[in-house]
Ligand binder design. Structure first.
Ligand code: GDP
Ligand code: IMO
Ligand code: MG
Length: 422
């Protein structure tokens, strides 16, 4: 019997999901992305060689493993082609390994323009989006005026859809956002030119997943972003536009919830967030700067400096039950190596819930002693300093989720396995 495991971010993204999915791929036959788009930046490091993926599932470096892009993902053809060309130039046969759902909503050039113009209009209240057009693409999907990947199979139908949707967006771009408009013919030609090479990868992903299941294969469902960037459960409106929580793995792929065996929550040993929005444990002084430096906390996609802070066990407890986490993977433990003391937020003052992004809370911290020695690259539990063990064990106790893995460096091999999820 195969095992089907969701791997997702339990904080605000960039927890190290890419590394973990890449590592676990050697035990499965398929890897599926189920939400988000090329706003993601997932870093894989194999023997020192770094690859950053945006749209492709992080299993793509493993020959023979099928990679799938599920219906919940919004696809930019430009981004997809760029990523495929980049990897094929390194002799990775992406087109052979990859299947894409025809139901994926497309991210079009006008979505990017809308995203950027709206952010400018929000001024100081900007979301801090990645500027990739993700929000507007999901809006079109939900409004039932979006263009789906499979619509490109019928150029005439595509043209009709494009004309209608551009009629609407051009009006908004010109009269409301006061910016330039798009030409139907130009986008039509540009899109179809890109599509000819990509359309052969269309597949019925739910049927394909069912085939894998019937053959007793194991599958990984790779989340993008993180729990508190979820459109419903995150710090709205400072969120992304998809469901990043575990439930999204099913709706975003067409795989039934009863077939999921485990959910692995990836979390940093501290917290980071890119873009605007509440962040109760944020450190703005020298401690925050140290985390940025030690953790090299700059966005893998946009290069923006990430905001950093202590581990937030209050938020994480919520992430644990909303995602039904069956295992915990704590990453970047090595980043805390030089600290005299490490802190964990164990409660908030003046709050009852988490989802109200307008409520200001003050974390109450528990302080633990730092271990003050290098954990970089450690790959077995017994080699970890006792105080580092105590720190991760304390997190495990606070969250009541079994510790599955600890990551001590960016490379595949810089990993300690405690209780494998598959
Ligand atoms: P993702 O979006 O969740 O896949 O994470 P990102 O790739 O955006 O950000 C994680 C960053 O931390 C990347 O640069 C990784 O190479 C790096 N990384 C992952 N795990 C570790 C770790 O255990 N220690 C250190 N120092 N870096 C890590
Ligand atoms: P990975 O998969 C961290 C953030 C943006 C912004 C908000 C909305 O690498 O963890 P969007 O462009 O999605 O409309 O931006 O979400 N964001 C991420 N933050 N990691 C990501 O992806 C992110 N994808 C989007 O910074 O605050
Ligand atoms: Mg990332």
């Amino acid at each position: 019997m195969g095992k089907n495991v969701v791997v997702l971010g339990s904080q605000w993204g960039d927890e190290g999901k890419g590394k973990i999915v890449d590592l676990l791929t050697e035990r499965v036959q398929g890897v599926v992305r189920f939400q988000g788009g090329h706003n993601a930046g997932h870093t894989l490091v194999v023997d020192g060689e770094k690859t950053i993926l945006q749209l492709l599932p992080s299993g793509i470096l493993h020959a023979g493993v099928q990679c799938m892009i599920g219906n919940g993902v919004v696809v930019s053809l430009q981004a997809l082609k760029k990523e495929i060309d980049f990897l094929e130039a390194k002799n990775i046969p992406v087109k052979k390994q990859l299947k894409v759902s025809g139901a994926c909503a497309l991210v079009m050039p006008y979505h990017v323009a809308l995203d950027l113009a709206r952010e400018t209009r929000r001024g100081q209240n900007l979301i801090g989006t990645t500027g990739r057009g993700i929000g507007p693409a999901y809006e079109d999907k939900i409004a039932r005026r979006g263009i789906r990947f499979a619509d490109l199979l019928d150029p005439q139908y595509f043209e009709t859809l494009l004309r209608e949707v551009l009629d609407y967006h051009n009006f908004v771009l010109k009269n409301y956002l006061m910016t330039s408009v798009f030409d139907v013919q130009e986008i039509y030609e540009e899109t179809l030119a890109l599509a000819s090479e990509l359309l052969p990868m269309i597949a019925d992903i739910p049927a394909l997943l069912q085939q894998h299941r019937q053959q007793g294969h194991s599958l990984l469902f790779e989340g993008a972003q993180g729990t508190f960037l979820d459109i419903d459960h995150g710090t709205y409106p400072y969120v992304t536009s998809s469901n990043t929580v575990a439930g999204g793995a099913c709706t975003g792929s067409g795989f039934g919830p009863r077939y999921i065996d485990a959910v692995l929550g990836v979390t940093k040993a501290y917290t980071t967030r890119v873009g605007s929005g509440p962040f109760p444990t944020e450190l703005t002084g020298i401690l925050g700067d140290t985390l940025v430096e030690q953790g090299r906390e700059f966005g893998s996609n946009t290069g923006r400096k990430r905001r950093c802070g202590w581990f937030d066990a209050v938020a994480m407890r919520r992430a644990a039950y909303m995602n039904s986490l069956s295992g915990l993977c704590i990453t970047k433990l090595d980043v805390l190596d030089s600290f005299d003391q490490v802190q964990i937020a164990v409660a908030y003052e003046e709050t009852e819930g988490y989802s109200d992004s307008r409520r200001v809370v003050k974390p109450i911290y528990e302080t633990l002693e730092g271990w003050k020695s290098s954990t970089v690259g450690i790959d077995s539990w017994s080699k970890l300093p006792e105080k580092a063990k105590a720190y991760v064990k304390r997190i495990e106790t606070l969250l009541e989720v079994p510790l599955s893995m600890v990551s001590t460096g960016p490379d595949r091999k810089h990993t300690i396995e405690i209780s494998p999820v598959l």
